[in-house]
Design a protein around this ligand. Structure first.
Ligand SMILES: NC(=O)c1ccc[n+]([C@@H]2O[C@H](COP(=O)([O-])OP(=O)(O)OC[C@H]3O[C@@H](n4cnc5c(N)ncnc54)[C@H](OP(=O)(O)O)[C@@H]3O)[C@@H](O)[C@H]2O)c1
Length: 350
């Protein structure tokens, strides 16, 4: 079956015996479905969850459905970089290597708030937390491992507000979500370029679920205290959305289709990619902007205090000179491993 072919289903996921997968946000929505299928195909699945009790309940349910499911819940709050560090340390203790890192967790269109590290919550959770997790887990990745980034069609409404990335001067919850999902794709393509340039054999593959009925649509209205928005979301979920199981198919294809290449991006094949079967899909031109990707990468290293695939290979891949793309008030990241992330984040954020 070619990557443009439709009707790729759960049954096309190959056996994954002996493989280890980590799925973020595995206690809800698409994460549950992704974890369920990977476990059913024989993978050991680390379910990295913010709400551990919900994760344990899901893990128990999966074990009841599939008695041989090898699932384990780990605590992970992507909105707290110290939690990301603790989770990565636990992964290191638990497993020798990782075959699939599925950066799935996310939040959408919430009122403005900060992460524990003083970063805007949507960019902080959806992109920066995953950047940090990837940086910390990279040394554990098996040679054929894949890093799957879950983005959204909402990346098309986003742009990088370089002079106000944290929405301190102006905040719109939907534009901020769009920015975070655009950041997911900029990260994905830059990760692919850097892996290739460094000679690494791991692959970066991305996916978006279209529109799937999950809790994602309810969190924003709940936090905003808006019954009208909540009702609209309920109606849209009932009449427009596909199931969470169907929405997880692009992620599963990105993670397991033997034909998938680094840099690929999967989504549903239906009208405006809202529903359908997972195939290769396109993206907004700005998601492929090499200079923006390099710029976001440098911000991300500053925000997290972590270096990820930086070094000599960069000059070949980023398409930018060392001095070109940080704003005048961006930080010097030379000592980033030892600097406090919060101070650097504030310095890096105009
Ligand atoms: N559903 C859609 O139509 C749709 C469309 C496009 C893209 N997506 C993307 O798909 C991904 C999964 O979303 P979903 O639809 O499955 O939503 P969901 O049902 O709301 O699940 C989101 C998951 O992310 C977790 N999460 C939120 N904040 C976190 C944090 N700080 N640290 C760790 N985990 C956190 C949630 O945990 P808690 O239970 O603790 O909150 C939950 O497990 C997201 O990246 C989303 O942007 C979804």
């Amino acid at each position: 079956m070619s990557l443009e072919d439709s009707r790729w289903t759960e049954a096309d996921v190959p056996r994954l015996d002996g493989k280890v997968a980590l799925v973020t946000g595995a206690n809800g929505g698409l994460g549950v479905e992704t974890a369920r299928v990977l476990a059913a195909r024989g993978a050991r699945v680390l379910m990295a969850c913010r709400t551990v009790a919900k994760g344990e309940a899901v893990a128990e349910h999966l074990r009841q459905q599939q008695p041989d499911a090898d699932v384990q819940v780990l605590a992970l709050d992507l909105a707290d970089l110290s939690s990301v560090g603790r989770c990565a340390a636990q992964v290191q203790e638990e497993v020798g290597s990782l075959d699939l890192l599925i950066n799935n967790a996310g939040i959408m269109a919430i009122p403005r708030r900060d992460t524990a590290d003083g970063l805007e919550m949507q960019l902080g959770t959806n992109h920066i937390g995953h950047f940090a997790l990837t940086a910390r887990l990279l040394p554990l990745l098996a040679p054929e491992a894949r890093i799957v980034t879950v983005s959204s069609q909402a990346h098309r409404m986003g742009w990088m507000a370089w002079s106000d990335l944290m929405g301190q001067r102006r905040y719109d919850k939907w534009l901020s979500y769009g920015q975070s999902k655009l950041a997911n794709l900029l990260f994905h393509f830059e990760l692919d370029r850097r892996l290739r340039a460094s000679g690494a054999t791991q692959r970066a593959v991305a996916a978006h679920p279209g529109y799937a009925a999950t809790n994602l649509q309810h969190v924003g209205p709940q936090l905003s205290g808006s019954p009208r928005e909540a009702k609209l979301m309920r109606l849209a979920n009932r009449y427009l959305a596909q199931s969470a199981a169907h929405g997880a198919l692009p992620s599963l294809r990105a993670a397991t289709d033997p034909k998938a290449q680094g840099g690929d991006y999967f989504g549903p094949d239906g009208f405006w990619e809202v529903r359908g079967w997972p195939v290769l899909v396109g993206h907004a031109n700005r998601a492929g902007d090499v200079a923006d990707a390099a710029r976001l990468w440098r911000h991300s290293e500053a925000w997290t205090g972590l270096s990820l695939l930086s070094g000599a290979a960069l000059t070949q891949t980023a398409g930018s000179s060392d001095s070109e793309d940080l704003d005048a008030d961006d930080v010097d990241t030379d000592d980033r491993e030892t600097e406090a992330p919060v101070a650097m984040a504030r310095a890096a954020t105009p």
